[in-house]
Design a protein around this ligand. Structure first.
Ligand code: TGC
Ligand code: FAD
Length: 390
């Protein structure tokens, strides 16, 4: 059997269209051919494999749900989820690049931008000719982005932007940045920044033990003159950036299950082949418990994201439902990575197998796009009506 088939214990494939399965096949083949053979080396070197950008664009990873008139693929949210799942079977960092480009850069331009902005940026972002990043988090405002201090002042024909963003995926190489800043009335507005604007720099963040094959950096704004036509005209307030996060969190809910599947596949295969005490370790009850629980959790997660995709297709998925799925998938994946690593014994700590890399990556995934705690509190607020954040 092709080990790279997704586990499908409950015949969930029957819910997918032929188009969904074709998309999965092509993304899976691309990941297996282009990502899997090189990713360990790039992670060890702590370098983003920039040469993969063209291929990511070609498989439709950038803005799959954006309409074709703007260079997107016009696909549904199930297809988007499948694409993220397959990319994250390769590596969470590569999926991050795709999430940011599609959900956090193309989506806000599509949803909140002017027609001119959409024409100018979206087709080039879809083709990977332009790469983007998303600046919401600040050094002193992570879980509470509403407290941000980055600000714009109206100077007649332009805005003057000051402040800084931290932990920004793709920042070191991005051509444009979607930046969220407060105006003089304290309302949060979105701006499109272009590399090269005076006073705008993107220093890289080094020494990460997680998402090592993803480039992370700061965005620093020192009296940057931003032309007025670079303001996203159709949104103001925290709901602007949070609306983008709904898109990205949805993709991560599928994506993290991809990392879980890769750990499960690897551990199952290893357990069948590794012999100790004269028999494959897959025959020992303790190892079976781990593997059986893994497939159970993956299956539960698959059903959750599949249903969430349908709700999203009908524009009925609530932010709280998305939080539940993001949180559940990442927890599932991180637990599976830890158990899978043990099944591989000493081999589990090496780069010969993908598990330790997935495990370390998932430490970022469980924190970014809303921490594990924040998503729990979103569920808590949704079911009780009580806000436990502040
Ligand atoms: P709160 O008072 O609850 O709400 C303010 C207004 O916002 C609305 N709202 C939403 N709208 C759309 N989508 C959502 N998910 C929304 N959540 C809330 C809400 O209805 C309200 O609207 P209105 O009209 O009544 O004013 O807001 P709050 O300021 O108390 O914050 C709530 C909280 C904590 C849930 C939120 O701020 C939060 O989610 N914090 C986590 C921050 C976060 O996720 N940051 C992510 C940064 S980007 C990133 O990590 C990219 S990693 C990318 C990669 O590499 O893949
Ligand atoms: P804090 O908010 O300081 O949280 C610290 C701890 O306190 C957490 O455990 C948190 O759960 C807990 N906590 C906070 N508030 C509460 C509360 N009310 N109740 C209970 N517990 C609470 N951001 C972007 O804008 N764009 C990006 O592209 C991006 N990429 C990232 C890439 C990586 C590799 C990483 C690690 C982060 C990235 N982020 C990005 C930032 C990410 O979204 C933040 O790290 C995250 O939102 C948490 O913020 P913080 O790190 O400041 O933690």
């Amino acid at each position: 059997t092709d080990l790279y088939e997704a586990p499908d214990y409950y015949q969930i494939d029957e819910f997918l269209s032929e188009e969904h399965k074709l998309i999965r096949r092509s993304v899976r083949d691309w990941v297996k051919k282009e990502v899997s053979p090189v990713i360990e080396e790039y992670a060890q070197k702590a370098e983003f494999p920039k040469h993969l950008l063209k291929g990511l664009a070609e498989i439709g990873a950038f803005g799959p749900t954006i309409p074709e008139q703007y260079g997107g693929a016009g696909l549904d949210y199930t297809a988007y989820g499948i694409i993220m799942q397959e990319i994250e079977r390769g590596d969470s960092g590569i999926r991050s690049t795709a999430s940011v480009q599609g959900s956090l850069v193309m989506y806000p331009i599509y949803a909140y931008g002017s027609e001119e902005q959409k024409q100018k940026y979206l087709p080039k972002l879809a083709s990977g000719e332009l790469m983007g990043c998303f600046g919401l988090t600040e050094p002193d405002h992570g879980s509470n982005p509403g407290g941000m201090v980055t600000n714009i002042k109206d100077k007649g024909d332009h805005y003057l932007l000051n402040g800084a963003k931290m932990w920004i995926s793709n920042a070191p190489f991005a051509d444009i940045a979607i930046v969220w800043a407060k105006d003089e009335e304290g309302k949060i507005r979105g701006l499109i920044l272009e590399r090269g604007m005076e006073g705008f720099s993107t220093p890289e963040t080094h020494n990460k033990w997680s998402l090592r094959a993803s480039a992370t950096g700061e965005l620093v704004f020192d009296n940057v003159k931003v032309p007025k036509e670079n303001l996203l005209p159709n949104v103001s307030g925290i709901k602007g950036p949070l609306g983008c996060l709904n898109q990205a969190r949805y993709g991560i809910a599928w994506g993290a299950l991809g990392a879980a599947m890769d750990c499960y596949d690897t551990a199952l295969c290893y357990a069948k082949e590794r012999v100790q005490f004269g028999r494959p370790i897959a025959g020992f009850q303790l190892q079976q418990k781990k593997l059986a629980e893994m497939i159970t959790e993956i299956t539960k997660g698959q059903l959750l994201v599949w249903r969430l995709g349908l709700l999203k297709n009908e524009n009925r998925a609530t932010p709280a439902q998305i939080s539940m799925a993001k949180r559940n998938s990442v927890e599932t994946a991180i637990n599976i990575a830890r158990e899978a690593r043990q099944i591989l014994g000493g081999m589990g700590i090496t780069g010969e197998y993908p598990i330790m890399r997935h495990m370390a990556n998932l430490e970022s995934v469980i924190t970014y796009e809303g921490t594990h705690d924040i998503h729990l509190l979103i569920t808590g607020m949704d079911i009780t009506g009580e806000n436990a954040f502040s």
